[in-house]
Design a protein around this ligand. Structure first.
Ligand SMILES: Nc1ncnc2c1ncn2[C@@H]1O[C@H](COP(=O)(O)OP(=O)(O)OP(=O)(O)O)[C@@H](O)[C@H]1O
Length: 240
């Protein structure tokens, strides 16, 4: 059974922008990159799947829940959307402790594991107001994985991260997919951020879905994901 099925999803704002006709499936163990330039509709697509905005049309089934039960689906999913906004006066550890009250199964061991995965162990008793932007981003990822969800939905998770922070998060994502068959959706406007981990790419451009394709399949024909991406965008311009 798929972890996420999105069919013909559209969210069209009054200005006629947003996202149109998105199709996407995430199976256990897959890392799906939602690729598109700034303003393409990535965040709108993710907010629509998660029920944070009312959709215009389409179908979403997340971990066997329909849109009517999206709150249950969200609780079983690891989510990073928007700028992290933890309480500055808490320590990283206390922040995780309070967040974890949402879940029965999260104990100190899981909190420590999540903080370790994002290299925050040495700073866990420091107040968040002393964290850098990248440290807050890493804390947001720790928060997303702490309850061991089977599905992760991450909107631009690498923004503001340095090389080590990015590598730590990528390694944990790959490990979760490989060892625990977690499925992951990662949005990015940078192919280089996802090319060493994505198993599938979903390209959106100009507020429209273009294509969803497996990376193995793409690399049989194209020399790189970048070449494939540029070809898809070029075809769209020609046929528009
Ligand atoms: N609340 C809103 N009302 C009207 N238009 C909106 C709203 N939110 C986003 N848009 C428009 O919808 C389009 C898609 O925006 P979205 O934020 O989803 O893009 P994105 O791909 O996530 O971009 P970025 O990479 O810059 O974060 C943009 O043209 C944006 O201006």
């Amino acid at each position: 059974m798929s972890l996420l099925t999105v069919k013909n999803l559209s969210k069209i704002y009054k200005n006629n922008r947003g996202i149109k006709n998105l199709d996407l499936i995430i199976e256990p163990g897959e890392i799906v990159a939602l690729l598109g330039p700034n303003g393409a509709g990535k965040t709108t697509a993710i907010k629509s799947m998660l029920g944070f905005v009312n959709i215009t049309d389409g179908l979403v089934i997340m971990q066997n829940y329909t849109m009517n039960e999206i709150e249950k689906a969200r609780k079983e999913t690891g989510i990073m959307v928007g700028k992290p906004m933890p309480y500055d006066f808490l320590t990283g550890y206390k922040h995780m402790k309070i967040h974890s009250r949402l879940y029965d199964q999260v104990d100190d061991h899981l909190i420590d594991q999540a903080l370790e995965a994002v290299l925050l162990t040495p700073y866990k008793h420091e107040r968040i107001k002393h964290y850098s932007t990248g440290m807050k981003q890493r804390l947001a990822f720790a928060q997303a994985i702490v309850h061991k969800p089977k599905l992760l939905i991450l909107d631009e998770p690498f923004s503001g991260l340095d090389i080590e922070g990015k590598a730590a998060i990528k390694n944990r994502i790959k490990q979760l997919c490989h060892d625990e068959q977690v499925g992951v959706l990662i949005s990015s406007h940078l192919i280089h951020d996802i090319e060493d981990m994505a198993t599938k790419v979903c390209i959106i451009h100009d507020n429209r879905w273009l294509v969803t394709e497996s990376v193995n399949h793409i690399l049989r024909t194209y020399s790189s994901l970048e070449a494939y991406y540029l070809d898809q965008v070029q075809k769209k311009v020609v046929y528009a």
